[in-house]
Design a protein around this ligand. Structure first.
Ligand code: 13P
Length: 246
C-alpha cells in the first residue's frame, strides 16, 4: 500500500473543502485507487466538518498534531487524541519538525504516539535531520535517536514513518536518489530491529511535486509521500499521484 498524505499546516477555511472534494473525485475514479490511500490533514478547526463529509468517501482525514495527554486536562488550547478521534479523524501526524522546533521532546512524542494509538488514531511519525546535522554527517544518528520513540509494544500496522529532512521542507531542495535510497533503507533497518523484522511504511516528505515524484518512484523502498505546499492545490496534488503511476 502506498500513501499520499496532504499536510495543510496553517491553511484552510470551511470553503477549502472544495479542494478535498476535487481530490476525492479523482481518487474515487482512478484506476490505480486500490494501490494507495489519500489522507488530508487540515487544521483542527476543519477536522469535524471534513470528517463528516468524507466519512463514506475515499479520502481519509487526519490531524496535524495531538497533545501528549489522553483525554481531558487543564491545558489551555490543548487538543487530545481522544478529542481528535471523537470528531472523526482516523490519523494524526506526530513529531512534525514544526512542532519539534517549538519544543516537542522525545518524551512528549512517546506520550503522543501512545495515547493516539490507544484512541484508535493511526500515527504518522515524522523524523528528519536539519541542515547542520546533515553537513556534519549526523543524519543517521539523528534519525536513530528520533526513531527511539517507537517501541515494540506499539502496533506497527497503525504506524507510518515519514522521513522529512528539514532542509528540504518548503525549499524546493530534495535529496539525491542515492542519498534517499540509503537513508530509507537505514530507517527501515532500524524499524525492523524494533518491530520484530517488519518495518512500518516509510514515506518521504519535503518539496515533493508533480515533477520530482518521477525520480522518487524509482525508489521502491519509499511507500509514499507527505506533501505540504502542493497539497493546497487539488491539481498539484492530483498531478503527483498521476505522475507517480504514469
Ligand atoms: P513541503 O511539501 O511544502 O516541502 O512540506 C513538506 C512537509 O512538511 C509536509 O509535512
Amino acid at each position: 500500500m502506498r500513501y499520499f498524505i496532504g499536510n495543510w499546516k496553517m491553511f484552510g477555511v470551511p470553503k477549502s473543502i472544495n479542494i478535498v472534494k476535487k481530490i476525492n473525485s479523482f481518487y474515487s475514479k482512478d484506476k490505480n485507487r486500490k494501490k494507495y490511500r489519500v489522507i488530508i490533514t487540515p487544521p483542527f478547526t476543519l477536522i469535524e466538518t471534513f470528517s463528516k463529509y468524507f466519512k463514506n468517501k475515499s479520502v481519509c482525514i487526519g490531524s496535524q498534531n495531538c497533545y501528549q495527554k489522553e483525554q481531558f486536562s487543564s491545558n489551555t488550547a490543548a487538543i487530545s487524541p481522544y478529542m481528535i478521534r471523537s470528531v472523526g479523524a482516523k490519523y494524526t501526524l506526530v513529531g512534525h519538525s514544526d512542532n519539534r522546533s517549538e519544543g516537542d521532546t522525545n518524551e512528549m512524542l512517546k506520550n503522543k504516539v501512545q495515547f493516539a494509538l490507544k484512541n484508535n488514531l493511526k500515527v504518522v511519525f515524522c523524523i528528519g535531520e536539519n541542515k547542520t546535522e546533515k553537513n556534519n554527517k549526523k543524519t543517521f544518528s539523528v534519525l536513530k535517536n528520533q526513531i527511539k520513540v517507537l517501541e515494540r509494544k506499539f502496533n506497527k500496522n497503525n504506524i507510518i514513518v515519514a522521513y522529512e529532512p528539514i532542509w528540504s521542507i518548503g525549499t524546493g531542495k530534495i535529496p539525491s536518489k542515492n542519498e534517499l535510497l540509503k537513508i530509507t533503507i537505514f530507517i527501515k533497518k532500524v524499524l525492523k530491529s524494533i518491530f520484530n523484522k517488519k518495518s512500518p511504511a516509510v514515506l518521504y516528505g519535503g518539496s515533493v511535486d508533480g515533477n520530482n515524484v518521477k525520480m522518487f518512484k524509482d525508489i521502491r523502498e519509499i511507500d509514499g509521500f507527505l506533501i505540504g505546499g502542493a497539497s493546497k492545490s487539488s491539481k498539484k496534488f492530483i498531478d503527483i499521484i498521476k505522475n507517480y503511476y504514469r
